[in-house]
Design a protein around this ligand. Structure first.
Ligand SMILES: Cc1cc2nc3c(=O)[nH]c(=O)nc-3n(C[C@H](O)[C@H](O)[C@H](O)COP(=O)(O)OP(=O)(O)OC[C@H]3O[C@@H](n4cnc5c(N)ncnc54)[C@H](O)[C@@H]3O)c2cc1C
Length: 411
């Protein structure tokens, strides 16, 4: 039998891994349990994904060119989506996952990957291979043999669970697709907004993202507040006020997001990519690009190691990943714990977004996945601005605490 790879999950990570493996002529099977319902997601994708994975722009509902960040006291920073070297390629793509994932899955099939509609239910990995059991939609049990399995099955990763690996720590996000009046749709035309504050999210953020015929209104929060996710969304919608007036909820969708990477991304005959590997980045909760990139990198390493797919060989993917992206993950983790720690820090974070160098650096790293270097004068200005805002809000907070006057406010 030819060497064969089984990929569990044919969403962005799995479909990208499958297409990459097929480029090396490796027999590839994708097992996917859900072919109709879209993956719950804000659908914000950086231009890097379109450039690096050769994606057609017809997949994009809207190109966002303006971003707004609103603090707990409703101080707002509005700024263009622009890197240090502004170009027409500066935007945030808004996609619907049913369209985006459908394209990637079909492309993998066109490259020769097989798609099976079924749910993984059992797994045995031995020195000689992988035996997977799955249920068809009709309830029949089937068995598949493979040389290697790739877990691309999301934040709950049944593959990891069946192998006895611990679950990742998870955040949760809830989102509604809301069709607005033409006037309000026009308002959001190419604008994406992030909102900070305990009412909407104690430790992450809330968002409004524009799509073709609706806006996606959502909230995310860490493991300590997952039970209050519905209340958080209600409060966020109340905060948006008349912006949502007359809107019709088309869909309500929720899902988990991993907060930390797995200790290892590969084992003997097993690899993990995307959310199953815990590769969502902090601060933004972005995971689509990272699932695709990890799917591609895992497949490239695997195609060179298929003759001896030991943990040591397959962990070359893990080593390459952290060499290339370790600094970015560490920086964004630090930024999240600093910027979303409490409402004072959320005010500082919003004020920090007023600094043009911060804006451009942020978008360079988000849009093009590169950490831009910056002249020392700009670095000095940036550091001074952040330090002054930190001092200002710390003093204001102290004044609010000490004052009996309700007129002293954090803003
Ligand atoms: C509400 C919300 C908003 C988000 N917004 C954004 C955003 O704007 N931008 C961004 O970049 N990221 C966003 N993310 C994160 C992003 O959705 C994920 O990081 C990304 O989808 C991960 O891709 P993946 O291929 O690793 O896994 P997933 O997309 O989760 O796909 C896993 C696949 O595995 C399948 N599967 C699971 N179990 C089985 C089984 N037993 N058998 C067979 N198949 C199985 C599932 O059906 C699914 O298709 C958001 C997440 C949430 C929850």
């Amino acid at each position: 039998m030819a060497q064969r790879v089984l990929i569990v999950g044919a969403s962005v990570g799995g479909a990208t891994a499958a297409a990459t493996l097929r480029e090396s002529g490796i027999e590839t099977v994708m097992l996917e349990r859900e072919l109709v319902k879209p993956k719950p997601c804000g659908g914000a994708v950086p231009p890097a994904a379109f450039d690096e994975f050769d994606l057609p722009h017809t997949l994009i509902d809207r190109k966002v060119r303006t971003c707004a960040v609103t603090s707990p006291t409703n101080q707002q920073t509005v700024f263009p989506v622009q890197g240090t070297m502004p170009s027409d390629n500066d935007y945030v793509a808004m996609v619907r996952r049913e369209v985006f994932d459908g394209f990637l899955r079909e492309r993998a099939q066109n490259h020769g990957a097989t798609l099976i509609h079924g749910t993984l239910t059992g797994l045995r990995v031995t020195a000689s291979g992988v035996t997977a059991t799955y249920h068809t939609p009709q309830g029949n049990e089937q068995t598949l043999l493979a040389d290697v399995i790739i877990g691309a099955d999301g934040a709950y990763s049944p593959t990891a669970k069946l192998l006895g690996l611990p679950p990742t720590i998870r955040a949760v996000a809830l989102q509604e697709r809301i069709a607005l009046s033409p006037a309000w749709m026009d308002h959001w035309h190419d604008l994406a907004a992030l909102y900070l504050g305990r009412d909407a999210s104690p430790d992450l953020y809330a968002w409004v993202f524009p799509k073709c015929d609706h806006v996606a209104v959502g909230v995310g929060t860490g493991p300590q507040h997952t039970r209050s996710i519905r209340d958080l969304l209600q409060r966020f919608k109340a905060r948006l006020g008349d912006m949502l007036d007359g809107g019709t909820v088309l869909l309500r969708e929720a899902h988990a997001l991993p907060m930390y990477p797995r200790k290892h991304l590969a084992y003997d005959r097993v690899m993990f990519v995307g959310d199953a590997a815990g590769l969502v980045v902090h601060t933004s909760g972005e995971g689509i690009y990272w699932a695709m990139k990890s799917g591609q990198m895992a497949a490239q390493v695997l195609s060179q190691s298929l003759d001896a797919p030991s943990a040591h060989q397959l962990r070359r993917y893990e080593r390459l990943w952290w060499k290339q992206y370790g600094n970015m993950y560490a920086f964004l983790r630090m930024l999240q714990s600093w910027g979303y720690r409490n409402e004072r820090q959320m005010e500082v974070f919003t004020a920090m977004c007023r600094n043009i160098d911060v804006q451009q650096l942020t978008f360079d790293s988000y849009m093009h996945k590169r950490m831009a270097t910056m002249p020392w004068v700009a670095q000095l200005h940036m550091t001074r601005d952040i330090a002054l805002n930190q001092l200002r809000y710390t003093m204001l907070e102290r004044a609010v605490r000490q004052s009996s006057s309700p007129s002293v406010q954090l803003a």
